[in-house]
Design a protein around this ligand. Structure first.
Ligand SMILES: [Zn+2]
Ligand SMILES: [Zn+2]
Length: 302
C-alpha cells in the first residue's frame, strides 16, 4: 500500500526558462520512491532545493523530445553518477526514445556507474509497477508525444469492528492485505473477512504538450489531479493550437469532461509575466483549478 503521494512542481514554464519558471518537470513521490514526468533544463537544482531525494528517482517518463521537456536529463544523470549512484534507472518515452536517448547519454566523456534502461511507450501502453501503474496515450502535438497517467492500485479497507472481533494483531494486517489471507492460530483468515470494501486508488494525469483532444479524455478519466498544460489564453486560441498547445479554457474542458477532481495548470508561455487571464478563463469552466508555480508541492489526498 502507498502511504503518501506528493507532487513537486520543479518546472512550470514552457518553451524556455525564465527568471521565475524552469521548463517542464513534475516530480512525484510515490511512497518511498520517486518518479519524474519530463526533465526540463535545470531540473536538478530544483530537486536539490526540495525534500525529494534525487537518488530515490527510479523512473523518468518523457512526454516528447522538444528541448523544454528533456534537456535537463544529461546533467541530472551525470550528477546521480557523481553522487555514487549504483541503482539502475528506467527512462520511458515516445517512439524514437531509444535512439535519441542512447545518443544523448553517450556524448562527450560521459561515464556512468549505474545501468540505464530506455523503453518506448505507445498509445495505450500500460506498465505495472506493483503498487501503481503508468499508462500512456498519444497526445496531439507537433511531434510524437505522449500524455501519462499514474494510477495507484485500489486498496482494500479494514473494518475496525471486524478486526476487534477477530483478535488479529495489527502488525499482521498489511500481510493479510498483501497476501489475501494468512493462517492465524490454525485458522485461515481472509482479507474478505476483515474488509469494509475498496478505497479507490489515487490517479495523477499529466498532459505534456497537447492540443485539447477528445482521445485523451479516457486517459484522464476520474483523475484525482489532472496536471494540464495551458500555454496561452483563449484570445490567442488559433496561434496556441497551431503550435500544438492548449489554452486555459481547453485545459478546463479536459478536466470537466474527464470528471477529474482538481486541475493544476502548467507550461505557461514565457510571454506571460502575469497568468491571471489563463487561470480566470479556466475557472469559469472548472472551478477547482489552480496554477502551479515552481517549488509548489501538493499532497494528493485520498
Ligand atoms: Zn513544451
Ligand atoms: Zn512541445
Amino acid at each position: 500500500m502507498i502511504s503518501s503521494i506528493r507532487l513537486f512542481f520543479f518546472g512550470t514554464g514552457g518553451s524556455w526558462p525564465t527568471q521565475f519558471r524552469n521548463t517542464a518537470c513534475l516530480g512525484i513521490r510515490v511512497g518511498d520512491e520517486a518518479i519524474l514526468f519530463d526533465v526540463g533544463e535545470g531540473t536538478q537544482t530544483r530537486i536539490m532545493r526540495s525534500t525529494l531525494s534525487m537518488m530515490k528517482i527510479k523512473r523518468i517518463f518523457i512526454t516528447h523530445f522538444h528541448g523544454d521537456h528533456y534537456l535537463g536529463l544529461p546533467g541530472l544523470i551525470q550528477t546521480m553518477s557523481l553522487y555514487g549512484r549504483e541503482d539502475s534507472l528506467e527512462i520511458y518515452g515516445p517512439v524514437g526514445a531509444i535512439a535519441l536517448l542512447s545518443d544523448l547519454l553517450s556524448l562527450g566523456y560521459y561515464s556512468l556507474n549505474f545501468e540505464i534502461t530506455i523503453k518506448e511507450m505507445y498509445d495505450g501502453t500500460e506498465l505495472d509497477f506493483g503498487d501503481y501503474s503508468v499508462k500512456s496515450f498519444r497526445a496531439s502535438h507537433t511531434v510524437p508525444a505522449l500524455a501519462y497517467s499514474l494510477k495507484e492500485k485500489d486498496v482494500q479497507k479494514f473494518d475496525e469492528e471486524k478486526i476487534e472481533n477477530s483478535k488479529i494483531p495489527r502488525k499482521l494486517l498489511e500481510k493479510i492485505r498483501k497476501n489475501g489471507e494468512i493462517v492465524f492460530n490454525g485458522n485461515i483468515i481472509k482479507m474478505s473477512d476483515l474488509s469494509s470494501g475498496i478505497r479507490l486508488g489515487r490517479k495523477i494525469s499529466y498532459s505534456g504538450d497537447t492540443r485539447r483532444d477528445q482521445h485523451l479524455i479516457e486517459l484522464f478519466r476520474d483523475s484525482t489531479i489532472l496536471v494540464h498544460e495551458a500555454t496561452g489564453e483563449k484570445s490567442l486560441q488559433d496561434k496556441v493550437v497551431s503550435y500544438g498547445h492548449s489554452t486555459g479554457e481547453d485545459a478546463a474542458l479536459q478536466a470537466r469532461d474527464s470528471n477529474s477532481r482538481t486541475l493544476i495548470l502548467v507550461h505557461f508561455s514565457p510571454r506571460y509575466n502575469e497568468i491571471t487571464p489563463i487561470i480566470e478563463e479556466a475557472k469559469k469552466i472548472f472551478a477547482d483549478t489552480l496554477a502551479a508555480n515552481d517549488f509548489m508541492e501538493v499532497e494528493v489526498e485520498l
